[in-house]
Design a protein around this ligand. Structure first.
Ligand code: G3H
Length: 255
Protein backbone atom coordinates (compact mmCIF):
# COMPACT_ATOMS: atom_id res chain seq x y z
CA UNK A 1 0.00 0.00 0.00
CA UNK A 2 2.89 2.37 0.80
CA UNK A 3 4.27 1.47 -2.62
CA UNK A 4 1.19 3.04 -4.18
CA UNK A 5 2.04 6.41 -2.64
CA UNK A 6 5.62 6.19 -3.85
CA UNK A 7 4.47 5.42 -7.39
CA UNK A 8 1.99 8.28 -7.24
CA UNK A 9 -0.91 5.91 -7.89
CA UNK A 10 -2.90 7.22 -4.95
CA UNK A 11 -3.00 10.73 -6.41
CA UNK A 12 -3.94 9.33 -9.79
CA UNK A 13 -6.87 7.44 -8.28
CA UNK A 14 -8.33 10.73 -7.04
CA UNK A 15 -7.78 12.36 -10.44
CA UNK A 16 -9.44 9.44 -12.19
CA UNK A 17 -12.49 9.60 -9.91
CA UNK A 18 -12.84 13.28 -10.81
CA UNK A 19 -12.36 12.78 -14.51
CA UNK A 20 -14.65 9.78 -14.98
CA UNK A 21 -17.22 10.51 -12.31
CA UNK A 22 -16.72 7.12 -10.65
CA UNK A 23 -17.19 6.93 -6.90
CA UNK A 24 -13.99 4.98 -6.39
CA UNK A 25 -11.00 4.21 -8.60
CA UNK A 26 -8.37 1.61 -7.77
CA UNK A 27 -5.15 1.57 -9.81
CA UNK A 28 -2.67 -1.30 -9.76
CA UNK A 29 0.88 -0.97 -11.08
CA UNK A 30 1.77 -2.13 -14.61
CA UNK A 31 0.14 -2.56 -18.02
CA UNK A 32 -2.15 -5.51 -18.63
CA UNK A 33 -1.66 -5.15 -22.39
CA UNK A 34 1.95 -6.17 -21.82
CA UNK A 35 1.90 -8.51 -18.85
CA UNK A 36 -0.67 -11.07 -17.73
CA UNK A 37 0.11 -10.77 -14.03
CA UNK A 38 -1.37 -7.27 -14.06
CA UNK A 39 -4.83 -8.79 -14.68
CA UNK A 40 -4.27 -10.93 -11.61
CA UNK A 41 -3.33 -7.83 -9.61
CA UNK A 42 -6.58 -6.18 -10.74
CA UNK A 43 -8.26 -9.45 -9.78
CA UNK A 44 -6.87 -9.26 -6.27
CA UNK A 45 -8.04 -5.67 -5.93
CA UNK A 46 -11.49 -6.63 -7.22
CA UNK A 47 -11.83 -9.57 -4.81
CA UNK A 48 -10.83 -7.27 -1.93
CA UNK A 49 -13.45 -4.74 -3.00
CA UNK A 50 -16.11 -7.44 -3.41
CA UNK A 51 -15.45 -8.84 0.05
CA UNK A 52 -15.61 -5.41 1.63
CA UNK A 53 -19.07 -4.62 0.25
CA UNK A 54 -20.78 -8.00 0.00
CA UNK A 55 -24.00 -8.53 1.90
CA UNK A 56 -24.39 -12.12 3.19
CA UNK A 57 -27.02 -14.19 1.35
CA UNK A 58 -27.06 -11.90 -1.65
CA UNK A 59 -26.69 -12.47 -5.38
CA UNK A 60 -23.63 -11.38 -7.33
CA UNK A 61 -23.94 -11.12 -11.12
CA UNK A 62 -20.79 -11.49 -13.21
CA UNK A 63 -19.97 -10.97 -16.87
CA UNK A 64 -17.43 -12.62 -19.15
CA UNK A 65 -14.06 -11.79 -20.70
CA UNK A 66 -10.41 -12.58 -20.03
CA UNK A 67 -10.17 -9.93 -17.30
CA UNK A 68 -13.11 -11.31 -15.33
CA UNK A 69 -11.71 -14.82 -15.84
CA UNK A 70 -8.48 -13.63 -14.18
CA UNK A 71 -10.46 -11.97 -11.37
CA UNK A 72 -12.31 -15.23 -10.62
CA UNK A 73 -8.96 -17.04 -10.30
CA UNK A 74 -8.06 -14.74 -7.41
CA UNK A 75 -11.19 -15.51 -5.39
CA UNK A 76 -10.58 -17.12 -2.00
CA UNK A 77 -12.98 -18.57 0.59
CA UNK A 78 -14.64 -16.12 2.93
CA UNK A 79 -17.44 -16.78 5.44
CA UNK A 80 -19.38 -13.76 4.14
CA UNK A 81 -19.09 -14.86 0.54
CA UNK A 82 -19.97 -18.52 1.21
CA UNK A 83 -23.68 -17.68 1.38
CA UNK A 84 -23.58 -15.84 -1.92
CA UNK A 85 -25.09 -17.08 -5.16
CA UNK A 86 -23.06 -16.21 -8.26
CA UNK A 87 -24.99 -15.86 -11.50
CA UNK A 88 -24.09 -14.86 -15.06
CA UNK A 89 -25.47 -11.36 -15.66
CA UNK A 90 -26.41 -12.02 -19.29
CA UNK A 91 -26.65 -14.95 -21.68
CA UNK A 92 -24.12 -16.07 -24.29
CA UNK A 93 -22.29 -13.43 -26.33
CA UNK A 94 -20.20 -15.65 -28.58
CA UNK A 95 -17.15 -16.09 -26.37
CA UNK A 96 -14.94 -19.15 -25.87
CA UNK A 97 -16.05 -21.29 -22.94
CA UNK A 98 -13.34 -20.04 -20.55
CA UNK A 99 -14.41 -16.43 -21.18
CA UNK A 100 -18.14 -16.99 -20.77
CA UNK A 101 -20.08 -15.49 -17.89
CA UNK A 102 -21.44 -18.95 -16.96
CA UNK A 103 -17.96 -20.43 -16.57
CA UNK A 104 -16.62 -17.43 -14.67
CA UNK A 105 -19.56 -17.34 -12.29
CA UNK A 106 -19.07 -21.05 -11.49
CA UNK A 107 -15.34 -20.44 -10.96
CA UNK A 108 -16.02 -17.59 -8.52
CA UNK A 109 -18.45 -19.77 -6.58
CA UNK A 110 -16.15 -22.82 -6.45
CA UNK A 111 -13.24 -20.79 -5.13
CA UNK A 112 -15.39 -18.90 -2.64
CA UNK A 113 -17.18 -22.03 -1.44
CA UNK A 114 -20.45 -20.44 -2.59
CA UNK A 115 -23.31 -21.42 -4.88
CA UNK A 116 -23.87 -20.68 -8.54
CA UNK A 117 -26.56 -21.03 -11.18
CA UNK A 118 -26.04 -21.51 -14.89
CA UNK A 119 -28.06 -19.94 -17.65
CA UNK A 120 -28.39 -22.15 -20.71
CA UNK A 121 -29.24 -19.88 -23.61
CA UNK A 122 -27.75 -19.87 -27.12
CA UNK A 123 -25.55 -17.02 -28.32
CA UNK A 124 -27.59 -15.97 -31.33
CA UNK A 125 -31.22 -15.44 -30.39
CA UNK A 126 -33.97 -14.64 -32.85
CA UNK A 127 -36.81 -12.42 -31.67
CA UNK A 128 -39.12 -15.48 -31.50
CA UNK A 129 -36.63 -17.67 -29.63
CA UNK A 130 -36.04 -14.84 -27.19
CA UNK A 131 -39.75 -14.36 -26.47
CA UNK A 132 -40.37 -18.04 -25.85
CA UNK A 133 -37.18 -18.67 -23.87
CA UNK A 134 -38.00 -16.03 -21.27
CA UNK A 135 -41.23 -17.94 -20.57
CA UNK A 136 -39.40 -21.19 -19.74
CA UNK A 137 -39.70 -21.82 -15.98
CA UNK A 138 -36.00 -22.69 -15.57
CA UNK A 139 -34.98 -19.54 -17.42
CA UNK A 140 -37.47 -17.39 -15.51
CA UNK A 141 -36.07 -18.69 -12.24
CA UNK A 142 -32.54 -17.55 -13.00
CA UNK A 143 -33.76 -14.28 -14.51
CA UNK A 144 -35.54 -13.50 -11.26
CA UNK A 145 -32.35 -14.24 -9.35
CA UNK A 146 -30.32 -12.00 -11.66
CA UNK A 147 -32.81 -9.17 -11.10
CA UNK A 148 -32.25 -9.35 -7.34
CA UNK A 149 -28.45 -9.05 -7.69
CA UNK A 150 -26.96 -6.21 -5.67
CA UNK A 151 -23.48 -6.37 -7.16
CA UNK A 152 -22.39 -6.59 -10.78
CA UNK A 153 -18.83 -7.33 -11.87
CA UNK A 154 -17.94 -6.70 -15.50
CA UNK A 155 -15.14 -5.95 -17.94
CA UNK A 156 -14.88 -3.28 -20.62
CA UNK A 157 -13.35 -3.95 -24.02
CA UNK A 158 -12.30 -2.20 -27.21
CA UNK A 159 -15.28 -2.39 -29.58
CA UNK A 160 -13.57 -3.65 -32.73
CA UNK A 161 -11.40 -6.12 -30.87
CA UNK A 162 -14.39 -7.56 -29.03
CA UNK A 163 -16.51 -7.87 -32.17
CA UNK A 164 -13.67 -9.66 -33.98
CA UNK A 165 -13.10 -12.00 -31.03
CA UNK A 166 -16.79 -12.95 -31.17
CA UNK A 167 -16.47 -13.74 -34.90
CA UNK A 168 -18.91 -11.00 -35.91
CA UNK A 169 -20.02 -10.77 -39.53
CA UNK A 170 -18.63 -8.17 -41.93
CA UNK A 171 -21.80 -5.97 -42.02
CA UNK A 172 -21.65 -5.63 -38.25
CA UNK A 173 -17.94 -4.80 -38.29
CA UNK A 174 -18.73 -2.13 -40.90
CA UNK A 175 -21.52 -0.70 -38.76
CA UNK A 176 -19.13 -0.37 -35.81
CA UNK A 177 -16.64 1.46 -37.99
CA UNK A 178 -19.29 3.71 -39.55
CA UNK A 179 -20.71 4.67 -36.18
CA UNK A 180 -17.30 5.06 -34.53
CA UNK A 181 -17.75 2.39 -31.88
CA UNK A 182 -14.98 2.47 -29.29
CA UNK A 183 -16.21 0.50 -26.29
CA UNK A 184 -17.94 -2.77 -25.47
CA UNK A 185 -19.34 -3.95 -22.17
CA UNK A 186 -21.63 -6.94 -21.59
CA UNK A 187 -22.79 -7.09 -25.17
CA UNK A 188 -23.43 -3.36 -25.62
CA UNK A 189 -21.33 -1.26 -27.98
CA UNK A 190 -20.72 2.48 -27.38
CA UNK A 191 -19.29 5.47 -29.25
CA UNK A 192 -16.87 7.92 -27.63
CA UNK A 193 -19.75 10.01 -26.27
CA UNK A 194 -21.06 6.95 -24.42
CA UNK A 195 -24.14 6.46 -26.63
CA UNK A 196 -25.25 2.88 -27.23
CA UNK A 197 -24.88 2.04 -30.91
CA UNK A 198 -25.65 -1.66 -30.70
CA UNK A 199 -26.95 -4.16 -28.20
CA UNK A 200 -26.52 -7.91 -28.59
CA UNK A 201 -29.80 -9.70 -28.07
CA UNK A 202 -29.47 -12.00 -25.10
CA UNK A 203 -31.47 -12.44 -21.95
CA UNK A 204 -30.41 -11.31 -18.50
CA UNK A 205 -29.50 -7.93 -17.08
CA UNK A 206 -30.09 -5.00 -19.42
CA UNK A 207 -28.06 -1.83 -19.12
CA UNK A 208 -31.09 0.28 -18.21
CA UNK A 209 -31.72 -1.98 -15.22
CA UNK A 210 -28.53 -0.83 -13.53
CA UNK A 211 -30.27 1.53 -11.14
CA UNK A 212 -28.65 2.99 -8.06
CA UNK A 213 -29.60 -0.14 -6.11
CA UNK A 214 -26.94 -2.08 -7.98
CA UNK A 215 -23.31 -1.70 -7.07
CA UNK A 216 -21.32 -1.89 -10.28
CA UNK A 217 -17.65 -2.82 -10.27
CA UNK A 218 -15.88 -2.42 -13.63
CA UNK A 219 -12.51 -4.04 -14.20
CA UNK A 220 -10.47 -3.01 -17.24
CA UNK A 221 -6.82 -2.17 -17.80
CA UNK A 222 -4.13 -1.67 -20.44
CA UNK A 223 -3.36 1.56 -22.31
CA UNK A 224 -5.27 0.20 -25.32
CA UNK A 225 -8.51 0.29 -23.32
CA UNK A 226 -8.27 3.95 -22.20
CA UNK A 227 -10.74 5.22 -24.83
CA UNK A 228 -13.13 2.37 -24.17
CA UNK A 229 -13.10 3.03 -20.42
CA UNK A 230 -13.72 6.77 -20.93
CA UNK A 231 -16.62 6.08 -23.34
CA UNK A 232 -18.32 3.53 -21.13
CA UNK A 233 -18.07 5.76 -18.04
CA UNK A 234 -19.74 8.58 -20.01
CA UNK A 235 -22.73 6.31 -20.39
CA UNK A 236 -22.91 5.28 -16.77
CA UNK A 237 -20.11 6.01 -14.30
CA UNK A 238 -19.52 2.90 -12.21
CA UNK A 239 -19.41 2.72 -8.47
CA UNK A 240 -15.92 1.27 -8.67
CA UNK A 241 -13.36 1.18 -11.47
CA UNK A 242 -10.44 -1.18 -11.06
CA UNK A 243 -7.76 -0.44 -13.62
CA UNK A 244 -4.01 -0.37 -14.14
CA UNK A 245 -1.34 2.29 -14.30
CA UNK A 246 -1.01 2.22 -18.11
CA UNK A 247 -4.73 2.80 -18.70
CA UNK A 248 -4.79 5.52 -16.04
CA UNK A 249 -1.80 7.38 -17.51
CA UNK A 250 -3.34 7.29 -20.99
CA UNK A 251 -6.68 8.45 -19.61
CA UNK A 252 -5.27 11.27 -17.51
CA UNK A 253 -2.22 12.51 -19.37
CA UNK A 254 -2.58 10.90 -22.79
CA UNK A 255 0.74 9.10 -22.17
O1 G3H B 1 -17.09 -8.44 -22.29
C1 G3H B 1 -15.84 -8.51 -22.24
C2 G3H B 1 -15.13 -7.27 -21.98
O2 G3H B 1 -15.74 -6.25 -22.67
C3 G3H B 1 -13.66 -7.26 -22.18
O3 G3H B 1 -13.04 -8.51 -22.28
O4 G3H B 1 -11.51 -8.64 -20.38
O5 G3H B 1 -11.16 -10.06 -22.38
O6 G3H B 1 -10.72 -7.61 -22.47
P1 G3H B 1 -11.54 -8.71 -21.86
Amino acid sequence: EMMKDILGLRAMEAELEQKLGVTKAVIVAGDSDEEDWVKQEMGQACVKELKSIIIPQSVVAVMGGTTLAAVAQMMTPDPKVSQTIFVPARGGLGERVENQANTISAEFADRAGAEYRLMHVPDQLSEEAYSSLVLEPSVREILDLIKTSRILLHGIGDATRMAARRSSEEPFMNKLKREHAVAEAFGYYFNQAGDIIHKQRTIGLQLDELDSGKHVISVAGGASKANAIAAYMKHRPSDVLITDEAAARRLLHNE
